[in-house]
Design a protein around this ligand. Structure first.
Ligand SMILES: [Ca+2]
Ligand SMILES: [Ca+2]
Length: 198
């Protein structure tokens, strides 16, 4: 059965957890005695770890995101989208498996350089996603050029998480992170535009 297929690729501890969840589901355990029988991504989060504060226009920034999967029964995250304001250009992308909670069985492909959107996709060729649920997390870093012409003030980074399709709908979760473009006193910055504001 599909559960066995999914757990068959996992370390023993994870197979045991999955087997326990499956037993509860099959036996119809009393409400409250087990994890909810859902595999959606409800409650998962994307946090912007850095940079904090104002985003200087006309500069390059490395946005570091922590993505946590709250799925209670194994809808693993397989795809992630980060869409920056149109005035931004993705210069480079990375993911940091060394600090992911599930470490060495992490792999993502990445695409989006030269556009304003970064897309990570499950990159190891097996069926299941890369960030398991129940609070496991991973890190993503997107290097972005913020054009000098970015409108100053509030903006946002939109994100979308996509599960591996396992379990119940919905398998996607959307959200946004507020940022603020500003002129910042970064070494080498021109102050011409700053003075023009006053
Ligand atoms: Ca994997
Ligand atoms: Ca995979």
């Amino acid at each position: 059965m599909i559960y066995a297929m999914k757990f068959g690729t996992l370390p023993a501890a994870r197979r045991a957890l999955g087997a326990a969840l499956l037993s509860c589901a099959l036996l119809g355990a009393a409400p409250g005695a087990m994890a909810p029988a859902r595999a959606d991504l409800t409650g998962s989060t994307v946090a912007l770890e850095s940079p904090q504060g104002l985003i200087g226009v006309g500069h390059t920034h490395v946005f570091r995101f922590k993505v946590t999967n709250a799925s209670t029964d194994l809808n693993w995250i397989a795809d992630l989208h980060f869409t920056f304001p149109a005035c931004c250009t993705v210069a480079a992308m990375a993911w940091d498996g060394s600090e992911a909670s599930n470490g060495d069985w992490w792999a993502f492909d990445q695409a989006g350089a030269g556009t304003s959107a970064a897309h990570y996709t499950d990159g190891d060729g097996e069926l299941w996603g890369e960030i398991p649920g129940t609070g496991e997390y991973g890190w993503f870093e997107v290097t972005v050029d913020a054009d000098a012409a970015c409108p100053l003030g509030p903006a946002q980074i939109d994100w979308q998480l996509v599960g591996d399709g396992y379990g119940d709908e919905p398998h996607t979760l959307d959200g946004s992170l507020p940022i603020t473009f500003d002129i910042t006193a970064v070494r080498g910055a021109t102050w011409t535009r700053v003075k023009g504001l006053y």
